[in-house]
Ligand binder design. Structure first.
Ligand code: ADP
Length: 247
């Protein structure tokens, strides 16, 4: 988010470097139940981002001192693989992945009926296989499909997407170049049935009007993603029901 580049990120016709319009998100593909050894899982692509989410639980919480006698805790591990970016990323946790794990767990806590499972832990693993900006939103979107796939009771599933500003334009779903050289990035996650916000961050600067426009775009796109999330779960459920799965 340097805000400085000679690159034209949005041309005079309002077309972005990857051919999208300002209010268009990247193509999204979601598959539920892709891992047979996890309780629930999902694979998600949005543009060049590739993300795998796996869920275990509810199961007894370890270490035991983390147990909550009134509800389950959600433990989330967001991990960016060394090969997910063009310059090899140093493997292992860093401040960024700790922050992202925390905000994703907090967003999921708002929808999972944790009070049904006192002393338990619900473990969510998010692996970023390929990154091109927007991975926290992609990870959260995939994780909520994986939780639903695990049969964990939830109020709703959570879609997430960012909007922001680059080259002076308010843009939906920034790609890597737009994120790197843009002026602002605003990731948003909502509960679609109530439009409650469960994640909202902002990096960079924009005016109040630009912020409102970005938020509007992201809300609309979250509702699009929600339909794709539900379709992925329905496809998995139809396949399981039809006995096409051998697990
Ligand atoms: P998000 O992926 O949620 O947009 P950031 O804004 O922190 O989160 O990162 C934007 C993008 O920058 C990432 O999606 C990834 O493409 C790239 N990136 C982040 N961390 C690293 C890193 N350590 N090495 C190389 N690229 C990175």
């Amino acid at each position: 988010m340097s805000g400085q580049t000679d690159m034209v990120l949005v041309n005079k016709k309002g077309v972005r470097i990857d051919g999208r319009k300002t209010d268009e998100h990247r193509p999204v593909h979601i598959e539920a139940g892709v891992l047979s050894n996890a309780d629930g899982s999902a694979y998600l692509e949005i543009g060049k981002n590739k993300v795998l989410a796996a869920v275990y639980g509810p199961r007894e919480c370890h270490p035991r001192h983390l147990q909550d006698p009134t509800k389950a805790i959600i433990q989330c591990k967001y991990n960016m693989q060394a090969f997910s970016v063009s310059d090899r990323k140093r493997p292992g946790p860093d401040r960024r992945s700790i922050e992202i794990s925390k905000i994703i767990a907090e967003a999921l806590e708002k929808v999972v009926l944790t009070e049904l499972y006192p002393r338990a832990s619900i473990d969510v693993y998010i692996e970023i296989l390929q990154a091109n900006a927007g991975t926290r939103c992609a990870g959260l979107t995939a994780a909520s499909v994986a939780l639903a796939d695990a049969g964990i009771p939830m109020r709703d599933i959570v879609p997430a997407i960012a909007a922001g500003k680059a080259d002076g334009h308010v843009l939906l779903d920034l790609n890597k170049e737009e994120d790197n050289y843009g002026q602002a990035d605003v990731p948003l996650a909502i509960v679609p049935s109530t439009d409650e916000i469960v994640l909202l961050q902002m990096d960079g600067n924009m005016t109040r009007e630009e912020f409102d426009k970005a938020l509007d775009m992201a809300f609309g796109a979250c509702h699009d993603l929600y339909e794709i999330q539900k379709a992925a779960l329905k496809t998995k459920y139809a396949a399981t029901k039809g006995g096409e799965e051998d697990e």
